[in-house]
Design a protein. Structure first.
Length: 416
């Protein structure tokens, strides 16, 4: 049954207040129409869906809201009596002025990117922002426009963009899959919110998107030892230590070692040190036994003397980390520098591979699986993957006792 109501969207609150929308719902779909009104939250009665008497113009505003609701309900009743189209999008269009332009897909996507940023989901926002930027570039280059109506997005446009990403941007299949997949997610959100009629064909069904098996670089135990044996000083010494810690501490990601705090390092009842933290990328909990090599690195940074909330490694010292976005930029900048030094260190160690911070994670997974023979489920627990399929991709291209046994054998010096 189609219904109409008033909604105050607190997620879009500004200094001028929260915006008011007319919302039409029917069979799980909805469409929202801005009423071009804002009120301060203190002046809005969420239960009665009306402006409180504390607002100086409450009477006029509530009359306007009642008028718009009555118009919507009359339109719904008319369509029901005539057995007409009751989809929220159709009703919304009937209520809008004919001159009002249809919402553009790029504009809609940019709004969603800003929404993710406000929620603190910086990584998701960054991934979607890149996809949206390339969509806009594609439209300008191939269609001489910066945007198209949401309902104009069809299989031909998606297919053209796929070709453009390949030929003009030089993107590989996995990169194209990610970008078009991000746009698909946003398109589905638009459909769920009623900007696209229910039952409309999915443009992505007309396009074949394939992912290729990626060949992940990894270091052998001999190569890890050669990096470890380099005699370095200053910042390069730090980068060497940080990289080795990522390997010896359960394949830790660079974002997690950057943010690792003293409180994440604890001794168990047997006096063994463990690292327990929540991974920044996935928000999954991770926890591993720390082997002697990892503890030795921690001791070089006097970790036991630090306060619980103090970062263990000085990787982000001096950076403004006051927001999620600034934190992401700081980690990105430090990762780039670390990768630059790792490239030089690999050359000095005679390693003809592209060594980056993330290769420590791949190398640990390969070592546990190929050389120590541990099963994929134990490796999943150590890496902190939510799904064993993710672990399988590492190996293709917590029972505590089992994972402890595995981590104890990560000590590469034990057989010397």
């Amino acid at each position: 049954m189609a219904t109409a109501s008033i909604l105050a969207r607190s997620a879009k609150e500004t200094g001028e207040g929260v915006p008011l929308y007319l919302v039409v719902r029917h069979q799980g779909s909805r469409a929202m129409m801005s009423l071009s009104l804002r009120v301060q939250p203190t002046h809005w009665n969420a239960e009665k869906k009306e402006v409180r008497r504390s607002h100086p113009d409450f009477s006029q505003l509530n009359e306007l809201l009642r008028t718009r609701l009555s118009e919507a309900r009359r339109e719904i009743n008319r369509r029901r009596a005539e057995d007409g189209d009751l989809s929220p999008v159709a009703i919304k269009r009937a209520l809008q002025d004919e001159e009002e332009p249809e919402r553009g897909f790029v504009a809609y996507c940019r709004d969603k990117v800003r929404e993710y940023r406000r929620r603190g989901q910086a990584n998701t926002a960054a991934a979607y922002r890149t996809a949206v930027r390339h969509l806009e570039e594609f439209l300008e280059a191939e269609h001489a426009t910066a945007d198209v109506p949401i309902t104009s997005v069809d299989g031909a446009i998606i297919s053209e963009m796929k070709t453009w990403l390949t030929e003009e941007k030089g993107n590989k299949p996995n990169t194209i899959h990610k970008k078009l997949g991000s746009l698909h997610t946003l398109w589905n959100r638009a459909r769920k919110e009623g900007h696209i009629e229910k039952g409309a064909p999915d443009p992505w069904d007309a396009v074949t998107l394939r992912k290729e098996q990626s060949n992940k670089e990894k270091l052998t135990t001999d190569e890890i030892r050669r990096l470890e044996d380099l005699q370095l000083s200053g910042r390069k010494k730090d980068v060497q230590q940080w990289f080795l810690f990522m390997f010896y501490a359960g394949g830790m990601r660079v974002s997690d070692i950057c943010l690792l705090r003293r409180k994440h390092l604890r001794q168990d009842e047997d006096g063994r040190w463990r690292c327990r933290y929540r991974m920044k990328k996935t928000r999954q909990s991770a926890g591993v036994l720390l082997v002697d090599e990892a503890i030795s690195i921690l001791e070089d940074y006097d970790f036991q003397e630090k306060d619980p909330d103090q970062r263990v490694f000085p990787i982000l010292d001096g950076y403004d980390l006051s927001t999620e976005e600034k934190q992401k930029k700081a980690i990105g900048a430090r990762t780039s520098l670390m990768n630059k030094y790792l490239k030089e260190m690999a050359a000095a160690a005679g390693i003809d591979k592209t060594v980056t911070t993330h290769i420590a994670r791949h190398s640990l997974a390969a070592y546990l699986y190929e050389e120590l023979g541990y099963d994929i489920y134990t490796i999943r627990d150590i890496l902190g993957h939510a799904n064993v399929r993710i672990t399988q991709t590492y190996l293709d291209g917590f029972d505590y006792s089992t994972s402890d046994e595995a981590m104890e054998q990560v000590s590469l010096r034990q057989d010397n």
